[in-house]
Design a protein around this ligand. Structure first.
Ligand code: NAP
Length: 230
């Protein structure tokens, strides 16, 4: 099918571009860095789902954001809610052409994380994509969380003890510093906080102005300003 190979974002498999896009991670994790159980989220936190939507959907009328996820995370999204609307859904899979998930022009399959970042860096795509978020699951985040291209991590820190079977590594605090934290919230008897970590030495990924935090989503900048009482 033609749409499996070409859509308005271009062809699916791209091996040539050299420049990669940077990205931000959005994830909810327990103190033990658990993120999933039995292929699903181990908690029911509607306010975290709202936070996820607000952070990953751009307010821009001209551009959209991209969400990069593993094939199992894609499959964990109920059919009626996928692709995640208003975002370019980039699904990582090694299954190539045998795995047919491209159901709309807002879904792209890529064979590796570098391939996805190269694809998103192509000038014809890059100009249409405002921000790139890597959203899980465990296998993808074990590669992506502390990688040099990761500029910021938006983590919902689940403070209650919840059993998980999928885990991610801890945030590398020699590379990232906590920049924003909400107060502790409670929903469905689960305590959690929203924390944003920012990479300290962003010049290594081509950001010449360390003080420039405008790459962060507007809502995070606004929350930080509100928390400072300005
Ligand atoms: N708490 C959170 O914020 C959060 C967020 C997302 C997901 N989750 C949870 O995490 C769990 C799923 O995580 P998971 O680790 O089992 O699976 P996953 O990372 O979502 O997906 C794994 C699959 O993605 C593909 N993949 C991963 N890395 C790849 C790479 N570098 N290149 C090409 N393909 C790659 C492979 O697909 P193929 O086998 O097709 O090759 C692999 O089997 C679920 O429980 C889900 O609910 C939690």
């Amino acid at each position: 099918m033609i749409r499996n190979h070409i859509n308005r974002f271009g062809s699916l498999y791209h091996n040539f571009p050299i420049v990669k896009r940077t990205y931000q991670v959005v994830v909810a994790a327990t103190k033990e860095m658990g993120i999933g159980k039995n292929g699903k989220l181990p908690w029911n936190l509607p306010s975290d789902l709202r936070f996820f939507k607000e952070i990953t959907v751009t307010a821009s009328s001209e551009k959209m954001n991209a969400v990069v996820m593993g094939r199992k995370t894609w499959e964990s999204i109920p059919t009626k809610y996928r692709p995640l609307p208003g975002r370019l859904n980039v699904v990582l899979t090694t299954r190539g052409g045998s795995y047919d998930i491209v159901t709309s022009e807002d879904v792209v399959k890529c064979g590796s994380l570098p391939t996805a970042l190269n694809f998103l860096a192509e000038s014809s795509i890059s100009s249409k994509i405002e921000r790139v978020f890597v959203i899980g699951g465990g296998e993808v985040l074990r590669e992506a969380l502390n990688a040099p291209e990761c500029e910021a991590i938006h983590m919902t820190k689940i403070e209650s003890n919840i059993e998980c079977d999928t885990f991610i590594p801890p945030v590398d605090l020699s590379a990232f510093q906590p920049w924003y934290s909400s107060s502790t919230l409670v929903e469905n008897d689960i305590s959690f906080r929203f924390v944003t970590y920012v990479r300290m030495n962003r010049s290594i990924i081509g950001n010449s102005d360390e003080e420039d935090l405008t790459f962060l989503p507007q809502m995070i900048l606004e929350r930080k300003i509100m928390s400072m009482g300005i």
